[in-house]
Ligand binder design. Sequence first.
Ligand code: NDP
Length: 650
Amino acid sequence: MANINTNPSRSRAELTPSLQELLNITARYEAERKKRLRKDGNAQYIEPSNLSSTPSPISSNPYSQFSKDPWVDLGNTGSLETKFPSKRTSVLIIGAGWGGLQNAIRIITISKIPAAKIRIIDAAGSFGGTWYWNRYPGLMCDIESHMYLPYLEETGYIPRHKYAYGSEIRSYAETVAQKWGLTSSAVFQTTATKIVWDEDEKEWAVDLVQRGTEMQIRASFVVLASGVLHSPKLPLIPGLLEFKGKMFHSSRWDYEITGGSEKDLSLHKLKGKRVAIIGTGATAVQIVPILAKWCKHLYVVQRTPSAVDTRDQRKTDIEWFHQHVASGPGWQRARIKNFHRHLVLDETEKPAINLVNDGWTRAPGLLGLTGHPNGPMTPDEIPAYRARLIELDTPRQNRIRARVDQQVHDPIIAEKLKPWYPTWCKRPAFHDDYLQAFNRTNVTLIDTDGKGVDEIKPEGLIIGDRKYNVDVIIFATGYQAPPSGSPAEKANMTMIGVNGVSLSEEWAVKGPATLHGVLDAKFPNLFLSGPQQASTSGNYRFNLDELAKHTAYILAECNRRAKGAKFAVAPSVEATEEWAMQVIMRSAPFGVMAGCTPGYLNLEGDIEKVPPEKRMILARSSVWGWGIENWIDVIEKWRDEGSMKGIVVR
Ligand code: NDP
């Protein structure tokens, strides 16, 4: 058992809990979870952007207002005719966020394929992915910027704050695209609706749509980097479309309604307005303090409170950065490795120095989300492991609950803002001003005790037996959940591989059949970006870069062997079965997600409803359960061995 009392700076609230306290807390967690379990599970939501199988036009979709692009610059797009004059490309990358950009850069630098032979498509109007769509006031990344922003050594860029704001991240993505010559590779406002493998030609036929114009192109290789939390979702609240005021989803912020802009946070059009924000996840935690300053009255509708730790935002001290952060070649990788070790190892195994030293590295309960090399190996070991994690996690959650009492003046409101679940059940939040917002007289917390909004009327919200008239409703209700669906569903595409097999159908019947999470046996020359059968990290951007490096290595090695001839690359079925077995054998640490309060991480509780015959699919779909650094060790050894074991090039 890890020693949880070695840190002399622990506050009183963080002292080792007694057995009785642990029993009481576990019982409270279970009671709160039960309150929130719903029969409709994940079906309580719809995805406005996926309601039509052809992305354009979507005017028949009554929810289309929630997914329209508020930022698009039509001049920036580049038509399909000009971007694909010969209707073909060597590499087609789907997604222009960090995943797509990093894949392109690794393919340029490792596979030695020039940018001119790469096309990156995205439904958005520019680079950035989630940082393109999300421009809400207060947006920042609460993963330390010095390890979140990639290639700082190569670009020489120094992030302005410990936690970079959204606009800085987006503009840095554009800088990175320019530096590696990718600006003219981009084809924006474009989606791929279908890819079909052509065995004779050893290439993909890809159906593209750009603002209603369709074109079929050919691509030797397709890289899927379409994201995991990119499809905004709305709760199916009765009467939602009847609301007569203004409404929008947080990922499509409407500054026409609120006033201000991404860089000017004066939301002056909300003066005199009654605003409701639905949801209290990581997004709402960043928005609420700013909304509270501008609207006449803010109603914060809470179903489950976030666990909100300090953020400790500060400007980057340039001298400190040079001396203590960018201390020598390879510093960024070393910093990320140190971060991961503090995230996934037992207290006794962590390095003595904690370079990032943030709230993530001081939350031992995150082992439930990141995986753990010393975790359980079999399902029957999970209950004891869960009990051990609760014991490790309780001091931290006690401190988070005590923090609410310190920040919120009214003890009745404070009680409602306390999270009653273990850290791993919901993504942790970090903010210095969120809780204090509830001390303002113009802010009302509507705690629905796990139930949510009952109905929406033309004038406002019905919650329990009360009606709240409002002028604006903001849905901070999140995104379709990562554990669900194959890469085809996530990308809203049809994918047809060898002998006409559909990726959605294959994965639904048997689960993923990949090598290292990047190549599926029946879908040659299609490179995936996990997370199934690959890894995960609190710093998800970095995780995507490791997958991109792996893809680029395989592509380079195949090109070298093929000596200019066309080829198809895919793992053998035996290799994918062996990899699936490795993934399954390490999946038990994630068994603690069973018993969690509902949320996107457990498909709103649906994961526990999976019938026994389908549980093997779930285990096969797991990410690497021993943590990302262990996964990187495994794939780096595989690359170093040099024979591309398990891969067939034909
Ligand atoms: P979440 O899914 O985390 O939160 C959605 C919120 O909406 C929850 O509070 C949920 O309640 C609530 N909700 C859903 N339906 C209803 C309803 N019918 N009535 C009332 N409330 C409802 O989405 P977020 O956008 O907050 O965050 C998504 C993810 O985006 C994060 O987990 C994180 O990965 C990423 N993110 C990252 C940031 C960063 O700094 N890097 C910042 C912000 C987001 P309940 O909990 O009960 O389901």
